[in-house]
Ligand binder design. Structure first.
Ligand code: ATP
Length: 307
């Protein structure tokens, strides 16, 4: 459905995109995950025709965005990072305005606007001026306006930044429903929890490059990091540590906590507990630290996702 080939973009001599390529299948929910400044907004702005790349190709449906911009425009809905609404108009009037721009037939537009206002939980407030809305409510209208013309692909650039939990949950529910109905979605975020919850496939972006890509399971399996069993002891001494290190070499000690790296938590946990009992060290806490996108990102780049 979407084919991105070798996108490059430089701002004032600074390379923001260094050759981004990826492919998205019809109906897929694709997440671009990366820290601030990684190149997410630049990428999604180029593929949604807001910004021009220096080089590279974007094909959506059967159309190249450079040669068939109008065909692409009809296929896509765009939710940019900056909310684009008229504050002096009501939510309903805003939707009528945006629907006109997207050339939604006049006889369908009002029904479609009301349907979306209901879906986004804003039916009761539809006649209030947008200037009186919370950030989350504005964001919901912004998403609704991108859906008026029933696009086949929805681009969303960090749609949950700075909004209240209620709006965030409602947005998740709506996009999950749209995904189930077959909409292709491209979603940028720096929140790993969102990528884990929503996306079929994730492209991890850093410094203008995709550094890893796959389903969550593929990313977990391809990364060399292991899960960790962190055991806290109450009476750990140097002799215990020496014995434990002989028994389990892939470990690290942090005062009275030992982190045991494991590729099979289930069977390793019982082995470790048994050994600790034999040694007479008292366990006060056991914590399992699973591999997640944060640890994968840390492993790939040596830095936190939320720097
Ligand atoms: P954020 O989450 O902060 O929006 P991002 O991953 O979306 O980050 P981009 O906004 O695409 O990243 O920025 C990529 C790089 O390009 C950054 O170094 C940024 O400072 C730079 N950049 C982005 N827009 C411009 C611009 N208009 N002029 C100059 N540099 C820019």
């Amino acid at each position: 459905m979407i084919e991105i080939k070798n996108l490059k973009k430089t701002y004032e001599g600074r390379e923001a995109l260094k050759g981004i390529s990826f492919t998205i299948k019809e109906g897929e929910f694709y997440g671009l995950l990366g820290p601030n400044g990684a190149g997410k907004t630049t990428t999604i702005s180029i593929i949604s025709s807001i910004l021009k790349a220096d080089s590279g190709d974007v094909i959506i449906g059967r159309y190249n965005i450079d040669t068939h911009p109008q065909n692409v425009k009809q296929l896509i809905g765009v939710v940019p990072q900056e909310i684009a609404l008229y504050n002096e108009l009501s939510a309903y009037e805003n939707l009528m305005f945006w629907g006109g721009l997207y050339q939604v037939p006049a006889n369908e537009l009002s029904n479609r606007a009301n349907e979306l206002l209901k879906q986004f939980g804003l039916e009761d407030r539809k006649n209030d001026k947008v200037k009186n809305y919370s950030g989350g409510m504005k964001r919901r209208i912004n998403i609704a306006s991108a859906l008026l013309h029933k696009p086949k692909v929805l681009f969303m650039d960090e749609p949950t930044v700075g909004i209240d939990p209620q709006s965030r949950n409602l947005i998740f529910e709506v996009v999950e429903k749209l995904h189930k109905e077959g909409l292709t979605i491209v979603y940028t975020t720096h929140y790993m929890e969102e990528a884990e919850r929503l996306c079929d496939r994730i492209g991890i972006i850093d410094n203008g490059q995709i550094i890893a890509e796959g389903t969550l399971d593929q990313l977990k399996n391809s990364s060399s990091i292991k899960e960790t069993i962190a055991i806290t002891f109450s009476n750990l001494n140097a002799l215990h540590v020496k014995e434990i290190a002989t028994f389990w070499s892939d470990m690290s000690q942090d005062e009275n906590i030992i982190h045991f790296h494991s590729s099979d938590i289930k069977s390793d946990l019982s082995k470790l507990v048994l050994k600790c009992n034999q040694l007479g060290v008292d366990i006060v806490n056991i914590e399992i630290q699973k591999t997640n996108l944060e640890t994968i990102f840390l492993n790939l780049t040596g830095k936190q996702l939320r720097d």
